[in-house]
Design a protein around this ligand. Structure first.
Ligand code: ADP
Ligand code: MG
Length: 588
């Protein structure tokens, strides 16, 4: 007796819905994407009780005639692709013809639609996948879809729904994605009869971000420096160094206009923000990656949330480079914040610092870190450092240093108010970049030990060291294989000379092992540098004299990413005169 049977259409749709329609937000996503594909200029979204009781999406798009209004509810009915070759260059958000039948099979569904020129529209009512009513309707041109009682006929699925608040939050996030991807479309969102947002259509992303998230956030964003590699374009806005969130909630990424979650791009963002974000924090991004549709497969995820790149490494590199360039480009305006106000009061010291060609660390800072400064005070470095700062040299910027608060915060005055610089964070950043630059150029310096040390390691560690000998060399650790699991340590970077070699080697292995698979050899060294400079940088409570303070500020301004220390903490904060006025009750 045969046991294989064809599923009924309704059941097949419900099965498909299991993949496409996870929760109310997936319904909103599919409906809004359909509206966008239908050339809508304005989309209204209304929900009740987290979308569980009602979701309604109304657009002013091209609408459908009676036949299409019925056909679109059939499985695999789509107007968007016709042949397999279309699949290679999908330009619409939808293409599978699965969303509407899936949604209609798990809800009470109403579709009202009218073409722009038609005299009358159509209304179709479906319950749990069964068409109940088809009639003429007198609605405005466009399409309105109402979805009530989601999963009413699938109690098991309904149980998986979260609280109304959570579902609302998911819907809202979905709408943010769509609104950011399409500033040219007006959006309004009503939740439980309350207007949540109303966004006018605009020509540019900047205005959309401001309307959606406020001008305060916008002020902390940088426009991505346009860059194209072949047909690959990266654009959008990203948070300044140090602007971060504890979750990915504001990490918006779009590939060819489609909001996606991509481990490739996620990793690239992390890499691009390297040393510009605190541990465990995520950047704020509105990042658009555009590439030849043939270079990306969008047909890999049921909700099309993920994509597959033909050349992930190329995408990664382009994103990293764009982020890097953009963060660094912020330097000039940031440096500007250190400028003394035009009308400096008489009597206060105004530093007119010497040109930048001087070595990084002043003699007295040297005394503090005698071992480290040997590294840093190197003519090759000093000359190299002048290059990016020629402008500054020709007309040195004037600072107004007011003093040092609590032997930690350098206080300065600028046109906007008070600037506070964390002397430890600033010095960390300076030393970090200096050492990293050296390492990139010629590897870290290395000093021979008087007595080479023979160190025995656990077999796995020994293996690791063997594979990473070249990296160790670059980091200034002269290690040689000596026996099966023993190594001879012959030299160390001078700034580590005080350490116990055996301990040090174990430290290096432990701290770098975890990162070894995905990171570049240089990055391994960087982590060590960051740790090292933290120990060697001036501390809170280290008393700096005036010329040292001034030198510190100068050197900080010359850094590639001066805004934060290598751990992503800010080096400087600004307290504006406006804030002070508010605090003193001069302004409300
Ligand atoms: P897909 O979007 O993958 O084509 P859907 O099931 O989402 O599949 O939609 C089926 C078809 O219904 C679409 O191809 C489109 O022709 C039509 N359609 C759906 N929503 C709208 C809308 N809001 N306006 C006009 N046509 C629509
Ligand atoms: Mg669709």
């Amino acid at each position: 007796m045969s046991r294989v049977r064809l599923l009924s259409d309704t059941l097949a749709s419900q099965v498909a819905a299991g993949e496409v329609i996870e929760r109310p937000a997936s319904v909103v996503k599919e409906l809004v994407e359909n509206s966008i594909d239908a050339e809508a200029r304005s989309i209204e979204i209304m929900i009740r009780r987290g979308g569980i009781s009602l979701m309604r999406v109304t657009d002013d798009g091209i609408g459908m005639d009676r036949d299409d209004a019925l056909l679109c509810l059939e499985r695999h009915a789509t107007s968007k692709i016709r042949s397999a070759s279309d699949l290679a260059s999908v330009a619409t958000l939808g293409f599978r013809g699965e969303a509407l039948p899936s949604i209609a099979s798990v809800s009470r569904f109403r579709l009202a639609t009218r073409e722009r020129q038609a005299v009358a529209g159509s209304e179709v009512i479906v319950s749990g996948g069964k068409i109940e009513t088809v009639r003429d309707g007198g609605e405005a041109p466009g399409t309105q879809i109402e979805v009530r009682s989601l999963f009413y006929n699938l109690p098991a699925r309904r149980k998986f729904l979260r609280s109304e608040n959570t579902e609302t939050h998911n819907i809202e996030h979905q709408l943010y994605l769509q609104a950011i991807a399409h500033p040219e479309i007006a959006f309004s969102f009503v939740r439980d009869e309350r207007l949540v947002f109303q966004l006018p259509a605009t020509k540019n992303l900047r205005e959309r971000i401001r309307d959606l998230l406020g001008s305060e956030l916008l002020a902390r964003l940088l426009e991505v420096e346009p860059a194209a590699r072949g047909k690959l374009r990266v654009s959008g806005f990203i948070g300044q160094a140090g602007v971060s969130r504890a979750s990915r909630a504001q990490q918006f990424v779009f590939v060819n206009g489609r909001a996606i979650e991509s481990p490739v791009i996620g990793a690239a963002l992390k890499e691009g923000y390297h040393t510009a974000l605190m541990k465990g924090q995520f950047p704020v991004t509105f990042l658009f990656v555009g590439l030849d549709p043939a270079e990306v497969d969008v047909n890999v995820h049921p909700a099309k949330r993920e994509v597959r790149f033909r050349d992930p490494a190329g995408v990664r590199e382009a994103v990293v480079a764009a982020i890097r360039r953009t963060l660094e480009s912020d330097r000039e305006s940031w440096q500007e914040q250190f400028r003394a106000p035009a009308s400096s009061p008489p009597g206060l010291p105004v530093f007119r610092p010497a040109p930048l060609a001087s070595p990084l660390v002043t003699p007295s800072l040297d005394e503090r870190q005698s071992s480290l400064s040997v590294e840093v005070e190197n003519p090759a470095i000093s000359t190299r450092r002048t290059a990016p700062n020629e402008q500054a040299q020709s007309e040195p910027q004037q600072f107004q240093i007011l003093g040092v608060l609590n032997k930690l915060y350098v206080m300065m005055e600028n046109a906007e108010g008070l600037v506070l610089v964390d002397q430890h964070a600033a010095h960390e950043r300076i030393l970090f970049e200096e050492l990293r630059r050296r390492m990139e150029e010629k590897g870290a310096p290395s000093q021979r030990l008087l007595l080479p040390q023979v160190i025995e390691l656990a077999p796995r560690d020994a293996e690791w060291i063997e594979r990473n000998l070249a990296t160790m060399q670059k980091m200034g650790l002269g290690v040689e294989k000596f026996g099966r699991h023993t190594f001879k340590l012959e030299s160390l970077p001078p700034f580590l000379s005080g350490a116990d070699p055996a301990h040090l080697l174990q430290d290096v292995i432990d701290s770098l092992k975890s990162a070894s698979n995905s990171t570049s050899p240089l990055r391994l060294g960087e982590d060590m540098i960051a740790k090292t400079v933290c120990r060697h940088a001036v501390k809170a409570n280290d008393y700096l004299r005036e010329p040292e303070v001034e030198k510190l500020i100068r050197d900080l301004l010359a850094c590639e990413l001066p805004y934060c220390c290598p751990h992503g903490r800010p080096t400087m904060i600004q307290i504006s005169l406006g804030e002070l006025e508010k605090k003193f009750g001069r302004k409300v």
